[in-house]
Design a protein around this ligand. Structure first.
Ligand code: ADP
Ligand code: MG
Length: 238
């Protein structure tokens, strides 16, 4: 569970074509990073996968089924937002359980999933606190917990660490990589930070003005950048 395929997927806003039609396959369990300069279409591509934007053309499949017209809640994916999206007046427990409560899930099952997410994220001792009583890193973990409880086929991250300071960012990168090791769930991670891409990804998708310049492992891109843009962006010796 967690294979995502984009077939001829494109996006225009009005007359402006932000993403010319492209093909992309994300394999089950892969950690895929979309990287590229600001404004190149990373968020838009992720939002098309999430269903937060409608495609202008093409087809999106999730585990073989056509998901192109489905609303976000029916795609089985979970978007991880930055930690400031937490509800300050709710406990950590309620913040994590929020999507389950909205879905009307049975309370015992909610509790089971929250306890499991808290265990995985080392938040068990903090469930009764409010976000304001946590460190920045703990708050980011709560935001991830809110995605974990939905037991998604894939996690979608849009620059989740960009509002954290540099030291914390390095720690959170490791935590997210370790989480991927443990859960083995597909993760699609958007960043403009080359170091983040090179250190976290199984597969990197380099975007430039809405086009895919190259797809490959960090080592592939470093050793065999397809063009000057990729070489320059990834920092290859070319
Ligand atoms: P990135 O995440 O790589 O910084 P975005 O996907 O946010 O880039 O944006 C790609 C391009 O699409 C930008 O030129 C941006 O201005 C444009 N864009 C994004 N969302 C909208 C929108 N809702 N309406 C019009 N243009 C948009
Ligand atoms: Mg963006």
């Amino acid at each position: 569970m967690g294979r995502i395929t984009l077939n001829n997927v494109g996006k225009s806003f009005g007359a402006v074509e932000v993403i010319p039609p492209l093909d992309l396959t994300i394999e089950d369990g892969e950690f895929v990073v979309f990287v590229g300069p600001s404004g190149c279409g990373k968020s838009t591509l992720l939002r098309l996968i999430a269903g937060l934007e409608d495609v202008s053309g093409g087809q999106i499949r999730i585990d073989g089924a056509d998901a192109t017209g489905l609303p976000p809640a029916r795609r089985g994916l979970a978007m991880v937002f930055q930690s400031y999206a937490l509800y300050p007046h709710m406990s950590v427990r309620k913040n994590i359980a929020f999507p389950l409560r909205m879905a009307g899930m049975d309370k015992a099952e909610q509790d089971r999933r929250v306890a499991e997410a808290a265990r995985v994220l080392n938040l068990t001792d903090y469930l009764d606190r409010r976000p304001g009583q946590l460190s920045g890193g703990q708050r980011q973990r709560v935001a991830i917990g809110r995605a974990i409880v939905r037991e998604p086929a894939a996690f979608l991250f849009d620059e989740p660490l960009s509002n954290l300071d540099a030291a914390l960012r390095v720690g959170m990168r490791l935590e997210i990589s370790e989480l991927h090791e443990r859960l083995k769930t597909t993760m699609v991670y958007v960043t403009h930070d080359q170091v983040e891409a090179m250190t976290m990804a199984d597969k990197i998708v380099v975007l430039n003005a809405g086009r895919i310049e190259q797809v490959g492992s960090p080592l592939d891109l470093y050793r065999r950048p397809r063009n000057v843009f990729v070489a320059g962006f990834i920092g290859s010796p070319r």
